[in-house]
Design a binder for this molecule. Sequence first.
Ligand SMILES: Cc1cc2nc3c(=O)[nH]c(=O)nc-3n(C[C@H](O)[C@H](O)[C@H](O)COP(=O)(O)OP(=O)(O)OC[C@H]3O[C@@H](n4cnc5c(N)ncnc54)[C@H](O)[C@@H]3O)c2cc1C
Length: 392
Amino acid sequence: MSDGTQTELQRGEPRRDPKRRKPMVGLQPEGDVDWSSYRGVLVVVEQRAGVAKPVSWQLLGEGRRLADKLDAPLLALVMGHQVAHLAEEAICYGADRVYLCDSPELRDYRTRPYSRVCLHVIRTFKPEIVLMGATYTGRDLAGAIATHLPTGLTADSTMLDVDEDRLLLASRPAFSEKMLATILCKQFKPQMATARAGVFEALPRDPSRTGEIITVPPQIPPEDIATEVLEFIAATDRVNLAEAEVIVAGGRGLGGPAAFAMLKELADALGGVVGASRAAVDLGWIDHRHQVGQTGTTVRPKLYFAIGISGAVQHVVGMQNAECIIAINKDPAAPIFQIAHYGIVGDLFQIVPAITEAVRARKAAGGLRADGEGVGFSLTGAGSGGPVRGAE
Ligand SMILES: Cc1cc2nc3c(=O)[nH]c(=O)nc-3n(C[C@H](O)[C@H](O)[C@H](O)COP(=O)(O)OP(=O)(O)OC[C@H]3O[C@@H](n4cnc5c(N)ncnc54)[C@H](O)[C@@H]3O)c2cc1C
């Protein structure tokens, strides 16, 4: 054992065989690579059990914008088992061409079989940009692919654009959210990014759109099937803010953890989930998984209640794309009213139970749409806390 190795072990670092250390070859393109044959924006569609994640359609919406700017096709990759319908859906949401790889081996997500298919499609069809959702799966898959190609990858982007040199400008919050970094991948293709769910807007589903579907053979060698998924157990306590259609969020104005039970009642009545501001999370009133905002989850529900939340910019960036925002706050000057579609000035402890009661009554009377329409109607009758007014 050499002195150097002893030092390494004394420091508690992993033992490495010096003969097995390899220089970082292969990370430079060999010679002058002609990247001009790389064309098109590819969105990897994420699905589970044949149901697509909304972020996939959101990325097709954004991908369409980028592809149009580049005068290039918008491509989609659908992988899974019995997922042909998702290839059709991808066209409805903006794709010009869909690569479809359907195989029993792709029923459950596993890194190696999925990355094998992705690598094959990328190497064969050469897209210049590849986008995936910054979900657990998307982040795993994107990292595995980027290191194999190899190319550059920006994780968890919140803004995407392209410049006149066809370079992808992928922006993401960095350094504990203190700055926004715009990251470029100048020397390699494809330029890859994962993007945060809820930030980008899906195009309206258009069944009249047409596109091409190209079937890709799975070609997954047996040695790539190293893991077997025995069972999928859905987490029962999962807080799925990113996909929720209705979010009832509370902040410091709740005064303590107990009031979140009141919010949960309203959320249950509307079939939604409970969200929170960072102030409520920092005070330990509710788990961080519920946090909405810059350092929490970015959401795009149909209906968002901001209850006892002042509307600080770091909260607002995470929820301003909600289709309908209802703010309840006792301070008429609270900034949240500037972005709310409906605002109620008053004490949340009076107003929230009144709304819950009204929602339950309306549901019992026959149906309630989760888009604020029915709720808005109920609100005008619930105004125990003060005037009901629309946002500016
Ligand atoms: C780097 C950084 C990242 C951040 N990330 C996030 C983030 O991801 N998400 C986030 O939310 N914040 C984030 N913040 C914190 C953010 O700046 C605010 O401090 C936070 O959003 C405030 O939370 P709040 O609105 O619940 O509390 P407050 O600002 O204290 O507002 C409480 C509101 O409740 C109202 N109120 C009080 N009592 C009642 C009552 N009885 N009835 C009705 N209304 C009542 C008050 O009028 C007030 O408007 C971040 C900050 C920094 C610096």
